[in-house]
Design a binder for this molecule. Sequence first.
Ligand SMILES: *Cc1c(COP(=O)(O)O)cnc(C)c1O
Length: 356
Amino acid sequence: MKKYNFYAGPSILSEYTIEKTAEAVKDFAGTGLSLLEVSHRSKEFVAVCDQARDLVKDLLHVPDTHEVVFLGGGASLQFCMAPYNFLGTKAAYLDSGTWASNAIKEAKCFGEALVVGSSKSENYSCLPKGYEVPSDVDFFYYCTNNTIFGTQLHEDLHVGVPTIADMSSDIFSRPIDFSDYILLFAGAQKNLAPAGVTLIIVRKDALGKLDRCIPTMLDYSTHVKKESMFNTPPVLPIFSALKTLEYYKSLGGVEAIQELNQQKAQLLYNEIDSNPFFKGTVTCKDDRSVMNVCFVMNDGKEALESEFNSFAASRGMVGIKGHRSVGGFRASIYNAMTLEGVQALVDCMKEFAQTH
Ligand SMILES: *Cc1c(COP(=O)(O)O)cnc(C)c1O
């Protein structure tokens, strides 16, 4: 039976990424060596890293003011690296979910982390609204897609101060306006590659402004200067990232991917809204994520939850169980998920309703 991968992360990768990575594990770039055993300084791998960096710039139209860096340590390391490099006295944070609140905790080690808006009291079922960002902060920080709660900021915010965004779960899902960003980061395991690498896009002239000693490995300048080769980078995930980027290019770039994502999300949300067995958990419909679609059994149908879970599994749906802080179901329909995969889930929901 065909399996449809709706895991939230690590998550679905394109078939192209997986096939090309598997081939390179056997024989990398005709070297007769496995990708698992080549030097990161070999000319073949340096070329991979350079091409991946160039393709990120090409796909996202990254301006010359910014540089692309690949780092280990996961997105969570960025929760501390960002304030280490950019927080002098005070920064503004938007508390839109678990990942944002984890970032706020880390920022407090470096200065004042002012929470300008929070939707915690509504269990993050909407994005925070009606907040103001003071002009005297070092930066404004937010998470563009709340993987756990299924809410998403659909555009880049411009509040008149340098801005930092965690785009771990929606990078390459739409074009980005870089004008206010000093830093963007994304752990690879949602929309790019297997776990192990984090994509960083940093504004070069924003670095080196703080009067603080930053350990070499945690200083973005180190990795910008050494082109991600200061120490051994995650070789296999960077190779896979390049293959995913090639795949994105073949789809027509992020503009085409954005359109496809909207179609996929609309298909699934329409079913959730019209099928009497289910309801969405995000209460502000404009904030619904096109990447992580959260839903529960409708009122009066709660007892059928585990039955739907096994029904869906029997039809090849994998990883749709919701995060424990929301419950119910979460279908992660990242860039690599096809329209056909979403249609299969929708068909499964329709069939469940007809047979129950
Ligand atoms: C998954 C995720 C993280 C954490 O990533 P790690 O690489 O596990 O540290 C951070 N932010 C968002 C938005 C995520 O989805």
